[in-house]
Ligand binder design. Sequence first.
Ligand SMILES: Nc1nc2c(c(=O)[nH]1)N[C@H]1C(S)=C(S)[C@@H](COP(=O)(O)OP(=O)(O)OC[C@H]3O[C@@H](n4cnc5c(=O)[nH]c(N)nc54)[C@H](O)[C@@H]3O)O[C@H]1N2
Ligand SMILES: Nc1nc2c(c(=O)[nH]1)N[C@H]1C(S)=C(S)[C@@H](COP(=O)(O)OP(=O)(O)OC[C@H]3O[C@@H](n4cnc5c(=O)[nH]c(N)nc54)[C@H](O)[C@@H]3O)O[C@H]1N2
Ligand SMILES: [Mo]
Length: 769
Amino acid sequence: MDGFKPHSSHWGAFFGRHQGEALEIRPHPADPHPSPLLGNLPAIAHSPARIRRPAVRRGWLQGRPDNAAKRGSDGYVEVSWPEALDLVANELRRVHAEAGPRAIFGGSYGWSSAGRFHHAQSQIHRFLNVLGGYVRSVNTYSSGAAMVIIPHVLGPYDTFDRKSVTWDAIERSSELIVAFGGMAVKNTDVHGGGISRHVVRPALSGARARGARFVLISPLKDDIASDLDAEWLPVTPGTDVALMLAIAFVLVSEGRHDRGFLNRYTTGYPRFEAYLLGREDGVEKSPQWAAGICGIATQTIVDLARRMANARTLITVSHSLQRADYGEQPVWMGIVLAAMLGQIGLDGGGFSYSLGALGNIGKSQLAVPLPTLKQFHNPVPDFIPVARIADMLLNPGEAFHYNGQALCYPDIRLVYWAGGNPFHHHQDLNRLRQAFKRPETIIVHETAWTSSARHADIVLPATTTLERDDIGAADHDPIMIAMKRLIEPVGEARDDYEIFADIAERLGKRGEFTENRSNREWLAFLFEKTRAALATAGHPAPDFETFWEMGELQLPVKPDDGGPARAFRTDPDANPLPTPSGKIEIFSETIESFGYDDCRGHSRWFEPDPTAKAAEGRYPLYLVCNQPHSRLHSQLDYGDFSRSTKINGREPVRINPVDAAERGISDCDIVRLFNARGSCLAAAVISADVKPGVMQLATGAWFEPDDADAEIAMCIHGNPNILTRDAGTSQLAQASTGQLTKVDVQRYAGELPPVRILDGMAFIEEQNA
Ligand SMILES: Nc1nc2c(c(=O)[nH]1)N[C@H]1C(S)=C(S)[C@@H](COP(=O)(O)OP(=O)(O)OC[C@H]3O[C@@H](n4cnc5c(=O)[nH]c(N)nc54)[C@H](O)[C@@H]3O)O[C@H]1N2
Ligand SMILES: Nc1nc2c(c(=O)[nH]1)N[C@H]1C(S)=C(S)[C@@H](COP(=O)(O)OP(=O)(O)OC[C@H]3O[C@@H](n4cnc5c(=O)[nH]c(N)nc54)[C@H](O)[C@@H]3O)O[C@H]1N2
Ligand SMILES: [Mo]
């Protein structure tokens, strides 16, 4: 491949070549199923959406007292780099002097780009720590409820279940795979940090060819690969726990649950059983009971429970189920159900959280550590669960609960973001727009004029990964990649690292931040950790320059031995779980002791939140706001592939034929989705793959308000977060509930405003122009 150089992204390894104006991208030749998301990359080199020069919001620059109210609708003034860096340094100095680091929010959640060094999250946290710390955020939008519940039930997130069940074991041994939330092919395109080979499809096809059967539990039929002939149980969104309870009920009533396993490996089962059988609350969680809630027929539930008890069964629960009200419950209940089947730790059986939600989960673990950039210590005690950002900005000083702690929201005066897009990822964007009017200053490093950049005061143009050398490597992925710079920086864009280094210099901290290493020296330094481990273990261990020449390096993996789940099963006394009981906690005394009414001592079905129910009752349709197949989140929405999936410039929304007919909606009509929080336009796609009563609108279309000054704006492009509710899963995890909301829809009869946000910032002016 003449002139092509290796590189890597969250959606796959590839080779690129920039000649003349054209950036050519080719998938890695060894990748069996390269992601179509690669088609979004070429636009990086030339898109008008890229930020080309530092820019400052006019009202902020002029220092008007009420200027913050104009965030989101103000114009910008381009300035030189030295001016921009001075402004940032002075502002950090001022806020530090007046209020200290506890007034600076640096949570800065977001996926930024692959690459171990130029990872924007690592860079900003390191930088803010060098300056004395910042208010941080904990957990993720992805998995915020699971990250809190799993440690109570199984032990540290990511150590027990996500490291135990492999694709190989599924291909080898699973007989029945019951996938709650599915294993959508589109989702396995992606893994944070990179994914060198997309192997999920061949593994699942292999299991199917051997005779394994798949049951898809989801409101969408295409949440699993079509060649698996999965049985589709179109569950009502948000009701999986009722279905799981009913399956458990059948197991107990028919004596099919594994008492031996429950006795030896779990604690608290009797208290859960009392609830299940109705001894606690007078309600039997029977299939008849569940059928009325989840929309799956009684006999189907009974049959499924019997099949699960009679086969080597693997239960998977996707991220999506826990990104909803009471999201802790389906994860917990999935574990309880697998424990009742007694198959946890058996080859190809048991439970796995998030298998199929990300491409590398289910691959073998690496036997060597990966390069990581040191973050230094953050002395600031304050933090928020990541999705409580708007609550924090709107309610400084207000008390909230989280995982057994009573906490207070800090009073934030400066927000600093690099590598994330809150106007993509957060819920109830009209509320977030109000919240973003609160701080004194908002600084954003961005590659493109996203809506978040358009709500900032100081916007610093960052390079994309294609403009930098880096090392690509991710957990569970056996290939390390020499990510070579493919294009020159666009406009005056600079690496986050350089930007932070120059600001640190203005604050007298350059040496501390850079440790006097150049970019290249950092890469060699970070690589050394992996090289040394390879050498110690007796594997080929090239030096950095040789690795760089080679372009990629195969890393050794641990044997597929069933992981910690097998070890626990084999000898629970020698390998107890790091839970209070050393066992799987079907009842958690710890959680019970918190006294929360929305997450109690054992998994249970919660009726929809009464306030939400009252408010949403008028909106008859569920809206599934899932991950897009055409991009990663909001990244490169301006790319060719993402744009090719839009209809009349709008994001497609899928509607069942029955719901469409009732409303006189035809294919490709522009429709308006609405509820009490807001509305958006989208393009109708009529599809029987969506359960009646449900619509589906992927996340990630860049938020573009019809009227940037209106209190309740309509998004003319199709961002579902204008509709979602900004409320935590429960007081336990306080995680995002963005996956589901209730709406109604109608044909849009008004004049169609053009979508402009993907084509750059129109109202920029040069200083002194
Ligand atoms: N309603 C609803 N909302 C959701 C979800 C849902 O299911 N439903 N899913 C949630 C989930 S799981 C997630 S993970 C979040 C994702 O939310 P985010 O991670 O915030 O989304 P991204 O679009 O990946 O944002 C990354 C941003 O970083 C920028 N960027 C890329 N590389 C660099 C770089 O090198 N430097 C700098 N400075 N910037 C860079 C990109 O341009 C992009 O704007 O969204 C959440 N939001
Ligand atoms: N192509 C692509 N892949 C991605 C991403 C991306 O942006 N683009 N993002 C990545 C990230 S950051 C993450 S965290 C993962 C997220 O992984 P998930 O959160 O699992 O992914 P989603 O696509 O949001 O949801 C998966 C499916 O769950 C179904 N679902 C929704 N609600 C319910 C429910 O109540 N019950 C049941 N049974 N099913 C329900 C929906 O039909 C949806 O299609 O995906 C990753 N993969
Ligand atoms: Mo995520």
